[in-house]
Design a protein around this ligand. Structure first.
Ligand code: GDP
Length: 200
């Protein structure tokens, strides 16, 4: 196969090269607030249908949400308690094939902070060299002291143990919508959908 600007050559025939839709992926422990955050992110875009399981913390399959023609959001099953048995195989298979994955968002519960089970995701992302961002959820539920402790612990962890993690941590509450707009803009930015404003 040879690839030119707009086509690929397969067995002597030119086949048009179609760009793959970009993807972002959301991953986290079961019950971390992933479905609630995805719903909050798209609350202003009701045409994006975000299915949320009736029992919290029970998402077992990968879900793909197409956001218009702009990008696809991949919702991974939760890990830890209630994780599907084939979690590692399923996620690894996806991450190995991820040619069009622009960024992964690793959700950490703001009340309990980084847990041992979060290493499942951190190790996979580091091993496959996937760029990722940590997002602290449910910040409305954590006291300021707990939040500060968890933020500092994560910052230290990121500095000491990671290569592919973005140094800026995002803090969100899907109940109070704090931090949601900034995260929405960041998702738009990494998928090339944030129009740049010329400085005057
Ligand atoms: P998932 O398993 O990661 O998809 O988690 P869910 O989105 O189903 O949320 C798990 C539980 O946490 C539910 O009872 C939610 O109502 C609650 N929850 C999720 N996000 C927030 C948040 O930002 N603040 C608060 N106070 N509760 C939240």
């Amino acid at each position: 196969m040879t690839r030119t600007g707009c086509s690929e050559r397969w067995a002597g025939v030119d086949v048009p090269f179609l760009p793959l839709p970009l993807q972002v992926c959301f991953i986290g422990r079961s019950n971390v607030g992933k479905s609630s955050l995805i719903r909050a992110l798209f609350s202003l875009a009701p045409e994006v249908e975000v299915r949320v399981s009736k029992t919290p913390g029970h998402t077992k399959k990968m879900n793909f949400f197409k956001v218009g023609k702009y990008f696809t959001l991949v919702d991974m099953p939760g890990y830890g308690y209630h994780a599907p048995q084939d979690f590692v195989e399923m996620v690894e298979a996806y991450l190995q094939e991820r040619r069009n994955l622009k960024r992964t968002f690793l959700l950490v519960d703001g009340v309990v902070g980084l847990q041992k089970t979060d290493n499942i995701a951190v190790e996979m992302l580091e091993e496959f060299g996937i760029p990722y961002v940590m997002v602290l959820t449910k910040i409305d539920r954590a006291s300021r002291g707990v939040l500060l402790k968890n933020v500092l612990e994560i910052q230290e962890f990121v500095k000491e143990n990671t290569q592919g993690c973005f140094p800026q941590l995002f803090l969100v509450s899907s109940v109070e919508f704090s931090g949601v707009h900034l995260l929405r803009c960041f998702v738009a930015h990494v998928t090339g959908n944030l129009p740049t404003v010329e400085a005057s």
